[in-house]
Design a protein around this ligand. Structure first.
Ligand code: IMP
Length: 199
């Protein structure tokens, strides 16, 4: 009885739909441990500089907020939104700016905070825009790097985890806007029924 209850409640928490299942790849505790290391690394490189974090909506929201709390010293942040994916698990390859920055980054030490570096097309596009705005420093931190899928020649300065070529959800990452609220980073499996529905 207790086991059944546990299965039901974790399913509800994950928001599973028929034919979909998730498997934990990186636990929330592992994410938090790695995040402290990343924050130390960044602060070692910029011990006294005010840091301006730029989060790419919406996937980086949890990562940025947890990272910002680990970074000591002066920290500000801003967000922008791009679209590079449609509704499914494959990139359209096209990047569009949906929401621009609120404040200027000229002369600032900017850290771009991305949830995942996949083909690299999004960051390539963003770096080109940001460089034109003449920040003092421009660095990239990504939580996940799926380097097998890289198309554009983009490297992150700080990387949380290198992961295999699988579609992941949780800790901000979504599939069709769902699963962002999972605390762990999980691999999403789509059964044949779910695949047929999303096609
Ligand atoms: P890129 O332009 O291919 O590097 O893709 C970057 C964006 O694609 C990320 O910010 C994510 O929004 C999305 N993305 C790439 N891989 C995944 C994944 O495995 N799960 C969820 N979103 C992903």
């Amino acid at each position: 009885m207790a086991t059944t209850k546990k299965v039901v409640s974790s399913r509800l928490r994950a928001g599973h739909r028929e034919g979909e299942s998730v498997r934990t790849l990186i636990s929330h505790a592992q994410v938090m441990r790695r995040l402290k290391e990343l924050a130390r690394q960044i602060r070692r490189d910029f011990p006294t500089e005010p840091l301006h974090l730029i989060g790419v909506l919406k996937g980086s929201v949890f990562f940025l907020s947890d990272l910002a709390r680990e970074l000591g010293g002066e920290v500000s942040f801003d967000f922008l939104a791009v679209s590079s994916y449609g509704k499914g698990t494959d990139s359209t390859g096209e990047v569009k700016l949906i929401k621009d920055l609120d404040v200027s980054i000229e002369g600032k030490t900017v850290i771009v905070v991305e949830d995942i570096l996949d083909t690299g097309l999004t960051l390539k596009y963003l770096l080109r825009i940001f460089r034109e705005k003449r920040p003092k420093h421009l660095r990239i931190v990504v939580l996940l790097d799926k380097h097998e899928r890289r198309i554009a020649d983009v490297h992150a300065d700080y990387t949380g985890f290198t992961i295999p070529n699988e579609f992941v959800v949780g800790y901000g990452l979504d599939y069709d806007e769902r699963y962002r609220n999972l605390p762990d980073v999980c691999v999403l499996h789509l059964g044949t029924r779910a695949k047929a529905k999303s096609a």
